[in-house]
Design a protein around this ligand. Structure first.
Ligand code: NCN
Ligand code: DMD
Length: 341
């Protein structure tokens, strides 16, 4: 269902870049983004990737019982209310780029009152503790994937031409680290980080929990056994966007680990994703390297919610804009050094 990027459009975008009034390659990695957007849209120049929509997938985690996060689990639910009230950092950044914000409950451990902007697709009230056994069944992971796919489809039907991933789930950096180990072969000590902010003793314990999770779940489907409901939903969102040929800007380590799962299901889909930023979580760097993605912004953010993805959106728009608006050497009467050779 997912087509490869359009190589003819990509070649045309590259060739056009070389006719524009700038030294060849002078826009660095931004040129690659423009070429990728052309490949995604199958046309050069590609349409500007706007309007943009953010979906924040929320879920809770049984592994929270193991003391891997300094924050109480209720904060997941409380932050959902904050997103819906417009008070979170993600709302501020979304406002700046004109992004709509949709919050999706795929597994919050609590009853959320209906609200505009909230999509209720609760699969279960949080996952089971991945350090004791599988976090969820494969059927539950599939339902969460379907919820993510449905949200992507809906946002695109409403006019979005770029999607951003967002997540909310206390303890989800533990699940992310476990997923990254499973998909990249890295060791827990290399990819487990401080999440929302834990001390050295808690970090050592978190690494031990990730190690145990990998042991007890050996041979199982990693996404279901180790992931969170929000990871599975983000995987479904990423795969549906690729099917619809819509670019997705990935946020931090939760999106990165979900993208590993999605790429394992459908490798071609990774061509449709752009790494918005590099999170402070060490596992994120490992995930991006495995996916072959280069982050656009590197500010040691470790918030999630889609904040890093939203910050990168203007860069992605700028990449496409160059191919629309910049004059060629011929048109502007500027001497092209390359053409002289
Ligand atoms: O996006 C990231 O890379 C990121 C890094 C660290 C923490 N977070 C956010 O913090 C929460 C998880 O942190 P923790 O320490 O409870 O595992 C969850 O709501 C994430 O959105 C997000
Ligand atoms: C306050 C808070 C806000 C968040 N946003 C995403 N993850 C979060 C975790 C906490 C703890």
């Amino acid at each position: 269902m997912i087509s490869p990027l359009d190589h003819a459009a990509m070649a045309e975008a590259r060739a056009h870049h070389d006719r524009l009034t700038k030294p060849r390659g002078a826009l660095g990695a931004l040129e690659d983004v423009a070429v990728q957007l052309a490949g995604i849209a199958a046309v050069s120049p590609p349409p500007l990737p706007e309007p943009v929509a953010l979906a924040i997938f929320a879920g809770d985690h049984g592994v929270h019982d193991q003391g891997v996060s300094p924050w109480p689990q209720e904060v997941t639910q409380q932050m959902v209310a904050n997103f819906l009230a417009g008070g979170a950092v993600a709302n501020a950044f979304a406002g700046q780029v004109g992004a709509s914000v949709t919050v999706v409950d795929v597994g919050v451990n609590g009853d959320l009152p209906e609200a505009p902007g909230l999509v209720s697709r609760k699969v279960r009230r949080g996952t089971a503790d991945l350090s004791l056994g599988p976090a969820m069944t494969e059927a539950e992971a599939l339902r969460a994937r379907e919820a993510g796919a449905e949200v992507a489809e809906r946002l695109v039907a409403q006019g979005a031409r770029c999607l951003v991933t967002g997540d909310m789930g206390i303890a989800n950096t533990t699940a992310s680290a476990a997923l990254i180990c499973a998909y990249t072969g890295k060791q827990p000590g290399e990819v487990t980080g401080r999440g929302t902010g834990i001390d050295d003793a808690m970090l050592a314990h978190k690494i031990a929990i990730v190690t145990r999770a990998l042991e007890v779940n050996q041979g199982r489907d990693p996404l279901a056994a180790l992931g969170g409901l929000e990871h599975a939903a983000i995987a479904g969102y990423l795969l549906k966007a690729a099917e619809l040929r819509i670019p997705v800007i990935l946020d931090g380590v939760i999106a990165g680990s979900a993208a590993l799962a999605a790429a394992a299901i459908e490798p071609e889909a990774a061509g449709y994703w752009i790494a918005g930023h590099r999170s402070a979580e060490p596992g994120h760097t490992a995930a991006l390297a495995h996916l072959g993605l280069r982050p656009l912004v590197d500010l040691e953010l470790r918030l999630g919610e889609g904040t890093g993805g939203l910050l990168a959106h203007p860069l992605v728009v700028a990449a496409a804009r160059v191919l629309h608006e910049v004059a060629t050497f011929d048109a502007a009467g500027v001497t092209d050094k390359e053409a002289l050779a």
